[in-house]
Design a protein around this ligand. Structure first.
Ligand code: NAG
Ligand code: NAG
Ligand code: NAG
Ligand code: ZN
Length: 398
């Protein structure tokens, strides 16, 4: 009964997989990875998404455009208001509960850079061209091409706020009647590789306080800058012995922003440093206790003098995130940047893939090759087909 029901699907998938093999291994001339119509449509979506500025906080317009586009293509689209005028989009065919979810984000980092397509180099650039509007455009074309074969068993989710901590994905995760998925495919720039995991994250600030005085009479005050410099010195020592792992390498600590005092001739009353840790092993709790321990001496010394040193945690942080990468035919890699992967709770298998390189993603020369954008449509399809077949096989076995 079960086999009888899934057989046509499997046959459909296998023939599709074959069709993809042909397209993948015989790209006779570079411009023809996809049919002309599919390529044109892909470039049109990509271009429109980039032309609509959507720096985090300002995602409304791009969301509205996507909503109307997807509705026109016969998707059912649900909007979820994350905060005032900021919407996640959930799109699906005939059924709301689907096996597979394909997702990425529609916000970008600042500042806005306009779209361009240089036909000589075949580079397509502009803010978001890589991170993550390339993934969004390729995912839409991949899902549109498979919707019928997979009997509408696919959903698309485009969230806001990924670049500033993931409030969009967290809101979706907590949505009351949200569907659960078996497989979730996340889109971020991975240079077209399958990511087997990424480092964890912990952000914190060091806040030193002192007492202002004339710099000619420093003993009348307490220098917050002195306290902070000593604290940072302890951090320089600590960061050399943070935990590491084979898989993710060293835990690193960045002194991102350091600020203190008001003028050269004034003993500083306040100073602070914003820090971020990329965690390669252990948990945020363990790293936190190492940091607290390393700062104990500086803190009590500051307090004896009448100053203070406080640690403010930006959030709970998260441990390294292991991601599934058990699909043949993809290069695999681990990365050091954060994603929305840990923000979606559930028991689903997770995959992370996307066109373009993280090394240009937040830069003023954010761009990717048209060929890589096109390849991503084929790769997303291949991922969807392979993971869906694995899923069916597993269900047959149990
Ligand atoms: C395209 O790129 C080439 C090589 O970098 C450059 O010389 C040319 O000016 C660019 N064309 C346009 C229209 O920007
Ligand atoms: C630095 O940390 C303080 C909190 O201690 C916070 O108010 C401020 O926004 C942070 N600055 C940056 C650039 O993250
Ligand atoms: C990790 O740190 C050690 C010592 O600080 C260094 O020798 C090593 O090259 C680092 N490993 C990586 C992968 O960066
Ligand atoms: Zn991104």
């Amino acid at each position: 009964m079960k086999l009888w029901r899934t057989l046509p699907l499997i046959v459909g998938l296998v023939s599709l997989a074959r069709a993809d093999q042909v397209a993948l291994h015989e790209p006779s001339d570079e411009a023809s990875l996809l049919s002309q119509a599919t390529s044109d449509e892909l470039l049109y979506i990509h271009r429109t998404l980039i032309e609509i500025e959507s720096i985090t906080g300002n995602e409304e317009k791009v969301g509205k455009w996507l909503e109307s586009y997807l509705k026109e293509k016969d998707f059912t689209v649900e909007l979820q208001e994350v905060s005032s005028k900021r919407y996640n989009l959930l799109a699906y065919g005939k059924k709301r509960e689907t096996t597979i979810l394909v997702t990425s984000h529609i916000d970008t980092v600042p500042p806005f850079w306009p779209y361009y397509h240089n036909k000589t180099t075949d580079l397509i650039g502009g803010r978001g061209s890589v991170d993550a509007k390339a993934s969004v455009a390729a995912q839409i074309m991949a899902v549109r091409g498979l919707k019928d074969q997979l009997q509408d068993d696919l959903s698309l989710l485009f969230v806001v706020g990924e670049e500033t901590g993931g409030d969009g994905m967290r809101a979706f995760s907590e949505m009351e009647d949200r569907p659960e998925y078996d497989i979730v495919i996340f889109g971020e720039p991975t240079e077209s590789k399958l990511v087997c995991g990424h480092k964890g994250m912990l952000g914190f600030s060091l806040k030193a306080t002192g007492k202002a005085a004339h710099s000619g009479y420093p003993w009348l005050g307490v220098s917050a800058n002195d306290v902070l410099v000593e604290a940072l010195e302890s951090m320089l020592v600590l960061r050399k012995r943070l935990p590491w792992s084979e898989k993710y390498g060293n835990t690193t600590m960045n002194f991102g922003k350091v600020e203190g005092g008001v003028a050269a001739n004034v003993v500083a009353e306040a100073a602070e440093a914003n820090m971020s840790v990329r965690i390669a092993a252990a948990t945020p709790q363990i790293i936190k206790s190492m940091i607290v321990g390393a700062l104990e001496g500086v803190k009590s010394k500051a307090q004896e003098l009448g100053g203070d040193l406080e640690i403010e945690w930006v959030s709970e942080g998260y441990a390294p995130v292991d991601i599934d990468c058990d699909v043949e035919g993809f290069e695999t890699v681990t990365v050091n940047y954060g994603t929305d992967v840990p923000n979606l709770k559930g028991n689903h298998k997770k995959y992370l893939y996307g066109p373009g390189s993280i090394f240009v993603a937040h830069s003023d020369h954010e761009a990717l090759k048209k060929k890589d954008l096109e390849q991503a449509v084929l790769d997303f399809r291949r991922l969807i087909i392979a993971t869906s077949m694995m899923h069916h096989d597993e269900r047959e076995e149990t």
